[in-house]
Design a protein around this ligand. Structure first.
Ligand SMILES: Cc1cc2nc3c(=O)[nH]c(=O)nc-3n(C[C@H](O)[C@H](O)[C@H](O)COP(=O)(O)OP(=O)(O)OC[C@H]3O[C@@H](n4cnc5c(N)ncnc54)[C@H](O)[C@@H]3O)c2cc1C
Length: 375
């Protein structure tokens, strides 16, 4: 853990919302009850589902891919199939494909969007259990967290875009406390701070040590490695399962279609939870993650500011929302006028209370995410 005596560098909040790529919106593939990670037989195929990881898909990716690998290994040991199809070229598809290659299978990836256009590419990249349900799966989740964390950690310094970072949070982070509870000893315990060590801050806070995974670097590296290892990428949007089974010939199919599974697999538990991100120019002096109101993840490509929650499938960036996100963080540093935490921020009491209730609710509790009231 770093020393917390002196104030850490203050960010520059100069933000041009009109600059290309300055504003991004993505859909978290939220699945009520739990993410889906299981095999089923459909139309004579062995289908392994791996979708519905909400705001934690990057975090869980390597661990879920290892579970997919276990399921497929057991299947091909008996059936002697030599090929597998992976649906989806986001983080779940690319990590699963990587571990299927390690089984000696010939892998083809079918996807509507290639990696640079996926939700995965837009993610902020903190390693945390954010906005995901896992009712009834805690012992499996413990394995997934350990495999994912250890794989990311061992890839630090090897051009996967993974870094270890302190995270300064004004409130206890349930996303990281859950990791401490489910997988004790995996990440260092939090340190409570009498004061957040930043200009303009007088409030207490908490220090966690976690990982930052930069999705553009990570996904490109995975895709490059898969290309080098002979994986074929096929651009294709499956309208429905009939289209899928008439196009894909492989008997083993791994379904990593993220929010697309709602329609393709008729899954009513899937909900679109939009998040907006403001992408500021990079500031290499900022070597910490920060969370108060919204969050700020300084990466090598951008300083990413986010933290909104909306029930919407709309991926059109909203410049006003991005400006508000920047202002909300700048305000904490005394660099913007005061404002209340907006209703659609994850840290707004309305949303955090709903998330807390979902965590405590039994698996089969009906769930409808709280939608942003009309303006
Ligand atoms: C604003 C925001 C911030 C986030 N921050 C973080 C974070 O800090 N940490 C973290 O761990 N996670 C974060 N996430 C969550 C993370 O981005 C997702 O959980 C993750 O991207 C899901 O990966 P995926 O591979 O399942 O889906 P996707 O990346 O959406 O990929 C799905 C793939 O399936 C394909 N597909 C879907 N339907 C079809 C079809 N019918 N036919 C053919 N192809 C199809 C798509 O084209 C695509 O290739 C964030 C998400 C958002 C929106």
């Amino acid at each position: 853990m770093p020393s917390v005596d002196a104030d850490l560098p203050t960010p520059h909040f100069t933000f041009d919302a009109d600059a290309p790529g300055a504003c991004v919106a993505g859909i978290r593939p939220y699945r009520c009850g739990s993410y889906r990670l299981e095999a089923e037989a459909v139309s004579g195929r062995f289908v392994v589902h791996n979708y519905g990881h909400g705001g934690a898909g990057i975090t869980l990716s390597w661990g879920c891919a290892a579970k997919v690998q276990d399921l497929v290994r057991a299947r091909v040991a008996a059936s002697h199939e030599t090929e597998a199809a992976v649906l989806g070229s986001g983080v779940m598809g690319l990590t699963a494909a990587t571990l299927l290659l390690d089984l000696g299978l010939t892998v083809t990836i079918y996807a509507d969007r290639m990696f640079a256009d996926t939700t995965s590419h837009k993610a902020g990249g903190q390693w945390a259990l954010s906005l995901v349900e896992y009712h009834g799966n805690e012992s499996e989740l413990k394995d997934i967290l350990a495999k994912a964390y250890n794989t990311f950690k061992s890839s630090i310094g090897q051009n996967f875009g993974v870094y270890e970072r302190p995270n300064y949070a004004s409130k206890v982070s349930h996303n990281l406390e859950e990791v401490l509870r489910i997988a004790p000893g995996l990440i260092p315990r939090r340190k409570d701070l009498p004061r957040m060590p930043f200009h303009g801050h007088h409030n207490a806070g908490h220090l966690y040590q976690t990982l930052l995974v930069e999705p553009p670097t990570f996904l490109k590296r995975l895709a490059d490695d898969l290309n080098t290892r002979g994986v074929r990428f096929v651009q294709c949007k499956f309208a429905d399962q009939a289209h899928l089974f008439s196009t894909v010939t492989q008997k083993v199919i791994v379904n990593c279609t993220g929010y697309g599974a709602k329609k393709l697999w008729n899954d009513p538990a899937m909900h679109a939870i939009r998040g907006d991100l403001a992408m500021l120019p990079p500031q290499p002096s900022l070597q910490y993650l920060y969370s108060q109101g919204g969050y700020m993840f300084p990466r090598t490509d951008h300083v990413v500011i986010g933290g909104t929650f909306e029930c919407s499938e709309n991926e059109q960036p909203d410049k006003a929302e991005c400006k508000k996100l920047v202002r909300a963080i700048a305000m904490n540093f005394g660099l913007a006028p005061p404002m209340a935490i907006p209703e659609n921020y994850i840290q707004h009491p309305r949303i955090s209370e709903w998330l807390k209730q979902r965590r405590l609710a039994p698996a089969d509790t009906p769930c409808t995410p709280p939608c942003t009231p009309p303006p």
